[in-house]
Design a binder for this molecule. Structure first.
Ligand SMILES: Nc1nc2c(ncn2[C@@H]2O[C@H](COP(=O)(O)OP(=O)(O)OP(=O)(O)O)[C@@H](O)[C@H]2O)c(=O)[nH]1
Ligand SMILES: [Mg+2]
Length: 232
């Protein structure tokens, strides 16, 4: 059973080593693929060094078309090419605690995809200010209503996929940016995949800045509507 943890990074130099170590402590038999877009802060250099010391750590360095969406898709394809049975995606900023991966592995026995959810019983969101919480609540309701899915945390970027489930849609992903998270939710419904949510506590990023800007969020909401209308 091969588990691959895929982590997209952009300017996470102060976080990535701790994140990788925590993953390997929680799931010692996992492989880690960090997908970095030539971060100006040199995140990839840290990963390169770790990869040279530990065969479980891999770097996918992207040099063109920077973006969370492109990076996520390339990372998934690399994970599938490496014959992974279970693929986890998580952020490289410390907000997703890898201790939940072992629970996801239990839950996924009975479904195709597990979403680490902040908004079901026992889930928690430690991070946000009141404004971020309200914005987040509105976007969650918006995404699940427009896309017609009964998922309490459709904007969670912490998820586990069975390889056959991921193969069904990964080549159809088009998003360049964080919209890939919603695009996948839409694909899960379209491909009739069985989804379960498992509670997580979303933590404050270890350090550094969020890359999510208000304009990205507004574009995101428009794209959800466009996706629904186009039926792609
Ligand atoms: N490869 C790559 N990774 C990215 C890019 N933008 C963001 N990321 C990574 O994607 C993950 C999520 O980005 P964050 O900036 O934490 O955004 P977020 O988690 O959606 O928003 P916050 O809740 O505010 O932290 C982090 O690991 C980022 O480093 C990008 O353009 N390319
Ligand atoms: Mg984050």
């Amino acid at each position: 059973m091969k588990i691959v943890v895929m982590i997209p990074t952009y300017n996470e130099v102060s976080n990535i080593e701790k994140v990788i170590c925590n993953v390997l402590k929680s799931v010692p038999n996992a492989q880690v693929i960090v997908v970095d877009d030539m971060s100006p802060d040199g995140t990839y250099k840290v990963v390169e060094k770790l990869a040279s010391q530990n065969s479980k750590v891999h770097l996918l360095l992207r040099k063109e078309k920077r973006g969370r969406g492109y990076a996520g898709k390339d990372g998934f394809v690399k994970a599938l090419d490496s014959n992974a049975d279970f693929i986890v995606e998580m952020d490289g900023d410390g907000s997703h605690d890898p201790k939940y991966i072992s629970e996801f592995l239990k839950v996924i026995k009975d479904c195709d995809v597990v979403i680490g959810s902040r908004y079901i019983d026992c889930g928690k969101d430690e991070e946000r200010t009141l404004l971020r919480k309200l914005v987040s609540k509105f976007s969650r309701l918006y995404i699940s209503t427009i896309l017609g899915v009964d998922i309490k945390d459709p904007s969670s970027g912490y998820r586990m996929f069975k390889k056959d489930a991921l193969k069904k849609f990964v080549y159809e992903l088009r998003a360049s940016d964080p919209f890939i998270v919603a695009e996948i939710i839409y694909q899960l419904k379209k491909k009739n995949l069985k989804v379960k949510e498992s509670p997580i506590t979303f933590l404050k990023r270890f350090s550094g800045e969020s890359k999510l800007r208000p304009i990205t969020l507004i574009k995101y909401l428009f794209k959800v509507l466009k996706l629904k209308i186009s039926g792609r």
